[in-house]
Design a protein around this ligand. Structure first.
Ligand code: IMP
Ligand code: MG
Length: 196
């Protein structure tokens, strides 16, 4: 008998086999992103809104979020890299690509994939505040509050997640898994070989 499930990518494809479990489904993400879009519409009505996405993890989120926002706005991109281990942030942030446009006098909204220790965002908000935007706030798809090492204020969260390594919907491990349509927990043996 043909197993219908065998045609689904989850059993065919290594990408899906490395997922321990689905934490947030594609539908749940879409619902939440629409909700955030409505809040942003209200908060920034009649304001000069600039969305700033931190590459690369935030690209999937910003692509959906900007279409959930109905007020006119612009987008800009910033690329950072933190030195150190794959799954832990070191707090040392390097700007690989700065913004194209000045943000002075504009309402800047930083779009992040996940706030973990908070070091990346603490650094970026300090950097951008010095450029005198009219306002600076943060919207993050995911938050791992139990991992926080520095306080971050003025941020909106899509979902709080437990202290596990998550992938998908833009988030990577070793640059892979960004194209998973949901947020999943990565099997620990993938990043800790021999831990099975
Ligand atoms: P922070 O500086 O510790 O807050 O780290 C933030 C960055 O670390 C995020 O923007 C991600 O790129 C990465 N990161 C932290 N936790 C995870 C995770 O569970 N999965 C994938 N990337 C993560
Ligand atoms: Mg990131």
């Amino acid at each position: 008998m043909v197993n219908e499930k065998a045609t689904e990518p989850c059993v065919q494809n290594q990408l899906y086999r490395d997922v321990e479990r689905v934490l947030i489904s594609a539908e749940e993400i879409q619902d939440r992103v629409r909700g955030l879009g409505r809040q942003i519409d209200e908060r920034y009505a009649d304001k000069d809104l600039l969305l700033i996405a931190v590459l690369k993890g935030s690209v999937v989120f910003i692509a959906d979020l900007m279409r959930a926002i109905t007020i006119p706005h612009e987008v800009d991109f910033l690329a950072t890299s933190s030195y150190g281990a794959y799954t832990a942030s070191t707090g040392i942030v390097r700007i690989l690509k700065d913004l194209n446009e000045p943000i002075a006098g504009r309402h800047a909204l930083l779009v992040e994939d996940i706030i973990d220790s908070g070091h990346t965002l603490a650094y970026l908000t300090q950097l951008f505040r010095a450029r005198n935007p009219a306002s600076l706030e943060v919207v993050t798809l995911l938050d791992k509050p139990t991992r926080r090492e520095v306080d971050i204020d003025l941020f909106w969260t899509g979902f709080s997640v437990p202290d596990e390594f998550v992938i998908g919907y833009g988030l990577d491990f070793n640059q892979k898994y960004r194209n998973l349509p949901y947020i999943g927990v990565l099997k620990s043996e993938v990043y800790q070989p021999g831990s099975e």
